[in-house]
Write a protein that binds this ligand. Structure first.
Ligand SMILES: Cc1cc2nc3c(=O)[nH]c(=O)nc-3n(C[C@H](O)[C@H](O)[C@H](O)COP(=O)(O)OP(=O)(O)OC[C@H]3O[C@@H](n4cnc5c(N)ncnc54)[C@H](O)[C@@H]3O)c2cc1C
Length: 407
């Protein structure tokens, strides 16, 4: 397998790099990214610049505000943008870009595409995705938020939880139950809900990291216009799966890039740390653990290229995408645990403490990395998918073993 980019790809990379250097000069101070408002403002201005430069929505048609380019060009843009601090502001709308955009492009109506895609590409819109509910997470098809068809609109009532970015999102990909009288996967529909509609209330949830990344959404008699239904009524489950598959594909590559960069920062931190007057890295155990993390990050990167290669040949992201998600979330958790181990007693000191290592940067990552193994499919669910749908193992091992004994 050849992982090098083609000469045309490398030419595109050089062209994009020189545009980047001109548009975001290295001698300009980076934007403030301290508060949520800072990040939203930075995101909107950064996305507008990409859009004006012709680098937003690389694979989307020009008439919708995209570039009409290739997946390879999109990967190159993702790779080259990553070291720029400003690119981290893009996380503000990673759901709109990674999930909303490809879903609407694949299955939206012409009217939805024309109206919504340009607003996502030029930074006007930020989206969130609301599937999970208090009694429905891993088993997303068991949701109970209800939508009743009325004259020209759906009347929606229910509650969603853990919804990332909902506190500042303009639009929401909403999974609702339109028919409660059929098996659970069959009575679902997929709506796009304007977050400013009367009856939508968002309450942020405070996390262990002190941030409020996700939220509860209370939906009380909200009227969603019928032209905001995506796909056919009661066929929302297939569309929800499409959205979740798209979440995987670019996710692995951008996570690989981000965590490899973070790994080199960890290495720098480790070189500075001492234990009993001796450099921490004199201890072979730490060297081995660092090497293991590096190996896993390389596996993540090349597995990401493999999935992207498949997609370039026209394949849809499949269940093997679960390998990448499992790997990035578990490796990142291990990496931040190792950062804590390397700091020894100093790992108790958080941001704001004068003696905290790197002002508590690694403590913050240690706390937030846990959520990666829950969001977008827990590690246990991903292992089930890999077992059943990649390796072809029986669905329920316990039942299969029991049946064998009885025979
Ligand atoms: C940071 C973060 C961001 C999120 N953002 C969003 C968002 O934007 N939109 C959204 O809709 N949701 C979001 N979620 C919710 C997320 O999708 C759910 O938390 C996740 O699907 C798990 O559901 P749950 O929390 O209800 O746990 P449960 O499904 O109740 O699971 C509890 C435990 O049981 C295990 N378990 C469950 N079923 C099985 C099984 N069949 N086999 C083996 N083990 C099993 C799970 O692995 C887990 O350990 C987010 C979550 C996090 C942490």
């Amino acid at each position: 397998m050849d992982y090098r980019f083609t000469p045309a790809g490398e030419e595109f990379r050089n062209e994009f790099k020189s545009w980047l250097e001109k548009t975001f000069p290295a001698n300009e101070p980076p934007p403030k990214l301290d508060t949520v408002e800072d990040r939203i403002n930075a995101y909107r201005s950064y996305q507008k610049k990409l859009s004006d430069g012709g680098y937003a929505g690389i694979r989307y048609p020009r008439e919708l505000g995209g570039r009409g380019g290739t997946l390879m060009e999109e990967i190159i843009v993702t790779e080259e943008l990553n070291p720029y601090a400003i690119a981290h502001a893009a996380n503000v709308n990673s759901i709109g870009f990674g999930m909303g955009l490809p879903t609407i492009f694949a299955v939206g109506t012409e009217e939805q595409k024309k109206d919504l895609i340009p607003k996502l590409l030029d930074g006007t819109h930020i989206w969130c995705q609301a599937f999970s509910e208090p009694n429905s997470g891993s088993d997303a098809a068991s949701i109970s938020t209800r939508a009743e068809k009325k004259d020209g609109y759906y009347l929606v009532n229910g509650q969603k939880v853990w919804i990332t970015s909902a506190q500042y999102a303009d639009m929401c990909m909403l999974l609702v139950r339109t028919n409660p009288d059929v098996p659970k996967h069959k009575g679902l529909s997929y709506l796009l809900m304007d977050m400013k509609l009367p009856g939508v209330e968002v309450r942020p949830i405070k996390q262990i990291s002190e941030e409020s990344e996700f939220n509860e959404i209370f939906i009380d008699n909200v009227k969603v216009p019928e032209n905001m239904l995506v796909g056919a009524e009661n066929e929302g489950w297939g569309i929800a799966i499409t959205t979740l598959m798209f979440e995987r594909i670019m996710g692995d590559l951008s996570m690989a890039k981000m965590f490899i960069q973070e790994f080199y920062q960890l290495l720098e931190m480790a070189r500075e740390m001492k234990r009993g007057g001796q450099p921490v890295l004199n201890d072979y155990m730490f060297r081995q653990k660092l090497a293991q993390i590096y190996i896993e990050l390389m596996v993540l990167k090349y597995n990401g290229y493999r999935s992207a290669g498949k997609a370039m040949k026209g394949g849809m992201p499949g269940p093997e995408g679960s390998i990448g998600k499992l790997l990035w979330s578990e490796t990142h958790k291990k990496m931040t645990e190792l950062a804590m181990e390397i700091q020894g007693m100093a790992n108790q000191l958080m941001k704001g403490s004068p003696l905290a290592v790197e002002d508590g940067y690694w403590q913050y990552l240690f706390l937030t990395s846990k959520s990666g193994t829950i969001a977008a499919g827990t590690s246990e669910i991903l292992k089930n998918i890999i077992g059943e749908r990649v390796l072809g193992l029986p669905k329920d091992m316990a039942r299969a073993l029991f049946a064998k004994k009885e025979r």
